[in-house]
Structure formats: structure tokens, C-alpha cells
Design a binder for this molecule. Structure first.
Ligand SMILES: Nc1ncnc2c1ncn2[C@@H]1O[C@H](COP(=O)(O)OP(=O)(O)O)[C@@H](O)[C@H]1O
Ligand SMILES: [Mg+2]
Length: 322
């Protein structure tokens, strides 16, 4: 019988999924991918394959894990195996340029962005954007290289100084800064291309917003206006009653790019316009926020993977693929 193969390079982020799969008694294989090989002529193992490869793998010493995973995914796809978050999803995971072009293609607004290689190109890029800019790595995650610059000289000092933090792929993005009325962003969680929930994230402590429990930072300060005046909220808060914008377009983007599980982040400006600026195909969930809301996305993900495994084993499906 086939298994649910989980392709990843971070055991800490994978542990909650393993727990959820075990709770449902589903067969799985933990496939840690950092170094290794893939024999392109061999028959892949039975089962389905779910990639959780992360764009920030190099920060954990796994510099070429995404490249190796890309090779494995191509091999699995070529053999006709069920692959969830396949090679095209990985291509988006490791390039925000790929994310933004896909978003634009799906009709989702993104902040104005210029991709630059080279110090002077970065400064020149900034000159074409009105107002403050954000710099960020093209291949990022975890807020790598995300900095806010309100004036040109500060950017120049940074870019030409010793503390310049270069993207692992050499491409830095210079992006229009979206000033939100409150220091919050919203992340939209999709599993099996279905909307699961939206979670509001407090950004007042900086740009590193990983929702995994192991990454959590204490003491949030995001304020929301309640009827009794402003109240302090948790860093991650699941929003039960909102219908996030662009859901249908996000689903289309997922279909077009072979993405099955993702978290889309958006920010809303003073005028109420929403912009999506990040797609996470290696997505983590915050259990404290989920416990308060009485929902578990990892359990939902485990259930979805179980369904996909069962579907891959239906005889008529095997025949169709033969
Ligand atoms: N254009 C922007 N305007 C305002 N804030 C931004 C913008 N881009 C990113 N941020 C802030 O920085 C954080 C990290 O940026 P993001 O693009 O999500 O990078 P990563 O992939 O590393 O998570 C965001 O969650 C948000 O708080
Ligand atoms: Mg992000």
C-alpha cells in the first residue's frame, strides 16, 4: 500500500503534520531532502507526494535542498504520481518574482515591485517609486532582507554599506511600501484549494512572521478598535467572520500553478485597497490561535492528504493512467 510522502527540509515545521497524520492513522513517510540523489530511470515508490520545501532552507544550512527537491518532483511528475505542490509550486516558493507575475496574471493586485541585481540598480529602482519602499529578497521566507526605507540616503547607505543583506539568488526586490492603518496583515489559508480560514497577524514587532509554533515571538501589540475602545490582541488571531478578497482568483492561481496547499498574505492600505505580497507553499499554522478558534488546519491537511491517497489507489484511476 502506498504512503503519503512528505518532502521537506525542516523537521520542526513537519512535526505537527506528522502528529496529525498519526492521529488519523494514515501511513506516511518523512522524506527529509537536503543532500541525496535521484535516479531518473527508477520507478518511484507507491503513494502520493506532498512537498513542503521552503525558500528559506539555506538559512538552515540546506542550500541546495530546493534544487534537489525540484529534480525529485520532476521525476515524480514524469512518472504520473500524484504530486501535491509540485515543481511549479516550488518555482513560485523560491521566487517572489514568479509569485507576483502569477498574481498579476490571476488579476490579484500586488504592490509595485522592481527586481534588481547590483547596488546602483537598486538605488535607481527606488527612484521610480513614489514614497517609502521595502527591500526584500526574491528567494526569501521568514522576512529575509525585509527593510523599510523612508528616504533615499538611508537606502544608499544600506546598499553600499557592510550590512547589506543579499538574497541567496542575487535578486533584491524594491517594493512600494503599503502603509496599513493598523500594524496587521492577513494570511489566507487554503488546503486542497479550498478556503480554510484567515488569520490576522500583528506586524508591530517586525517583518518576521512565521506562524509556526517554534518561531513564535512573545508580547504582541497589534491594536484593534473594539466597541469598548482599542484592545490588545494576540499576535495571531483567526478571523471567523470575514470573507477575504480575491479567493476565486487565488484558487485560479493555484490551479494554474499546480499549488494545492498555500497561505496568501495580504495587506490593506488606508484607502481599503488590498494587495497580496506573499504566497507560502510551505505553510505553518499557529496552534494557540487555532485552539482559541477551535479549528485545526493541520488536521484538515491530514484529512485532505488521506483523501488524495485513497483517490490515488482507486483501481479506475490506476487504469486511466495506464
Ligand atoms: N510592500 C509591503 N508593504 C508593507 N509591508 C510589507 C510589504 N512587503 C512585506 N511587508 C511586511 O514584511 C513581512 C515579510 O514580507 P514577505 O514578503 O511576506 O516576505 P517573506 O516571504 O520573507 O515572509 C510581511 O508579512 C509584511 O509585514
Ligand atoms: Mg511572508
Amino acid at each position: 500500500m502506498g504512503k503519503i510522502h512528505i518532502l521537506h527540509e525542516n523537521a520542526e515545521w513537519t512535526a505537527p503534520l506528522v502528529t496529525a497524520l498519526e492521529a488519523r492513522g494514515l501511513p506516511y513517510r518523512d522524506w527529509f531532502l537536503d543532500q541525496g540523489s535521484v535516479d531518473l530511470t527508477a520507478e518511484p515508490p507507491e503513494g502520493i507526494f506532498y512537498s513542503r520545501m521552503s525558500a528559506s532552507s539555506h538559512t538552515r544550512g540546506h542550500r541546495y535542498a530546493p534544487e534537489l527537491t525540484g529534480a525529485v518532483l520532476k521525476w515524480l511528475e514524469q512518472s504520473g504520481r500524484t504530486v501535491l505542490n509540485g515543481s511549479q509550486a516550488l518555482a513560485l516558493e523560491i521566487s517572489k518574482v514568479a509569485q507576483y507575475t502569477a498574481l498579476a496574471n490571476a488579476g490579484v493586485p500586488v504592490p509595485r515591485t522592481i527586481a534588481a541585481v547590483g547596488s546602483q540598480a537598486l538605488i535607481d529602482a527606488r527612484d521610480t517609486i513614489d514614497g517609502p519602499v521595502i527591500t526584500k529578497h526574491n528567494r526569501a521566507g521568514k522576512g529575509l532582507g525585509v527593510r523599510l526605507f523612508r528616504n533615499r540616503n538611508a537606502l544608499k547607505d544600506y546598499v553600499f554599506g557592510d550590512n547589506f543583506d543579499a538574497s541567496v539568488d542575487g535578486i533584491t526586490l524594491v517594493q512600494q511600501y503599503i502603509q496599513a492603518p493598523e500594524p496587521c496583515i492577513v494570511r489566507v489559508e487554503m488546503i486542497g484549494r479550498e478556503f480554510v480560514y484567515a488569520v490576522r497577524v500583528d506586524t508591530s514587532e517586525g517583518f518576521e512572521l512565521c506562524p509556526a509554533d517554534v518561531c513564535e515571538i512573545e508580547a504582541p501589540t497589534c491594536m484593534i478598535d473594539g466597541s469598548e475602545g482599542p484592545e490588545r490582541t494576540e499576535k495571531f488571531e483567526i478571523l471567523q467572520d470575514i470573507e477575504p478578497p480575491f479567493i476565486t482568483r487565488m484558487q485560479r492561481l493555484m490551479r494554474d500553478n499546480d499549488i494545492h496547499v498555500a497561505g496568501f498574505e495580504y495587506i490593506t492600505d488606508d484607502a481599503g485597497r488590498a494587495y497580496v505580497y506573499d504566497i507560502n507553499t510551505n505553510t505553518n499554522y499557529n496552534s494557540a490561535a487555532e485552539n482559541r478558534a477551535g479549528i485545526s488546519a493541520m488536521d484538515r491537511l491530514a484529512a485532505y492528504l488521506g483523501q488524495e491517497l485513497a483517490a490515488s489507489q482507486e483501481p479506475d484511476r490506476a487504469q486511466r493512467q495506464a
